[in-house]
Design a protein around this ligand. Structure first.
Ligand code: PMP
Length: 338
């Protein structure tokens, strides 16, 4: 038995029970481990869907170039799709993204353009603006725009949602995910709520992002926006893929709490995953502690793999430099200074 191309292996990722980091939290906590996708992240799902929908709509033609502003994972998914289907890729990244992510994209043949993080989205230097400009300048190019392209949410509505529903035999009561473009949270949530309207969806947001306040007050509050380090979740814009009507609650998580939980997932659960995975689990467990009952089943999505963060949260010096390892409880065993 074999697959015709690597993109046929996207999806059908495992659901795994947490056993340690959720000590004292009621209910069963399951994680959907998306690093089993071939590009090691859940973004493979929506990248393929954006390419295939663009082909159908005539927006992407043979020999074309895919241009996207990406925090890395979408780029990887797009690159895999592009390799299988014969397109070129150019990606713009904010300079806060890990070097590993940039190197990985170059390894799969993409051109990478690094842009400053701390400029507003409409500044011509931002990674959004640079991607848009390249799309205007390069003939036969396609700009998927993962923020506003609803193929993103639809991919999760068509795949992630049904997989979770089947894997839990319809017993899921709570769904939790970090929110960046909103595609994974909202596409999955819409599908799950259509099966059972009582399912509660918990979105995880970062400090420095606008989502939680916007959900609670309807106000786009510029004061909520300030630089933070966590990659992939939280935004300073309201992407079309964020459908606030299918998110019941938001929980904000600090960079430090997310980083520490990521280390704990690796060490205590054997789940070597990315930073936003720790943020999602930390935030979801905070919610679960107060709100779940013993019979409840919560599913949390873990977006990507730990290799992309080896130079950051899995590096003790980097963690200390950022004040995230004040006591050495979560230092790596080889490097504990007692
Ligand atoms: N975590 C990581 C590492 C990501 O790259 C993303 C995508 N921005 C997310 C979480 C959030 O997912 P979504 O875009 O589907 O909201």
């Amino acid at each position: 038995m074999y697959y015709n191309s690597i993109i046929e292996t996207i999806g059908n990722t495992p659901l795994v029970k947490l056993n340690k980091v959720n000590k004292g939290v009621p209910g069963t906590i399951l994680v959907k481990v998306e690093y089993f996708n071939p590009g090691n992240s859940m973004k493979d799902r929506m990248a393929l869907k954006m390419i295939e929908d663009a082909e159908k709509a005539g927006l992407l033609k043979p020999g074309g170039t895919i241009i996207e502003g990406t925090s890395g994972n979408t780029g990887m998914g797009l690159a895999l799709g592009a390799i299988s289907k014969g397109y070129k890729c150019i990606f713009t990244l904010a300079d806060k993204q890990s070097k590993e992510k940039m190197d990985i994209l170059r390894a799969v043949g993409a051109e990478v353009i690094v842009c400053p993080t701390n400029v507003s989205p409409d500044d011509p230097r931002s990674y959004y603006s640079v991607a848009k400009k390249l799309n205007e300048d390069i003939p036969n190019s396609f700009y998927p725009n993962q923020y506003d392209n609803t193929s993103n949410s639809v991919a999760h509505y068509e795949t992630t949602g049904p997989e979770i529903w089947e894997q839990t035999e319809g017993k899921i009561t709570h769904w939790a995910a970090g929110v960046g473009t909103g595609g994974s949270m909202c596409g999955t949530s819409k599908y799950l709520k259509e099966q059972n309207a009582d399912i509660i969806s918990v979105g995880i947001d970062s400090y420095g992002s606008v989502f939680k306040k916007y959900k609670e007050t309807g106000e786009f509050d510029e004061k909520e926006i300030y630089p933070y380090l966590t990659e992939g979740i939280g935004e300073d814009i309201l992407p079309k893929n964020v459908d606030f009507s299918v998110i019941d609650h938001f929980v904000k998580v600090t960079d430090k709490d997310g980083a520490i939980m990521t280390r704990r997932l690796a060490r205590e659960e054997g789940l070597f995953c990315g930073w936003s995975c720790g943020s999602a689990v930390h935030g979801a467990l905070e919610y679960a502690k107060e709100n779940l009952k013993e019979d409840d089943i919560m599913v949390i999505i873990l977006p990507d793999h730990g290799t992309r963060y080896l130079g950051k949260i899995y590096n003790d010096d980097w963690m200390r430099d950022h004040g995230f390892l004040e006591n050495n409880d979560y230092a790596t065993a080889a490097d504990i200074v007692s």
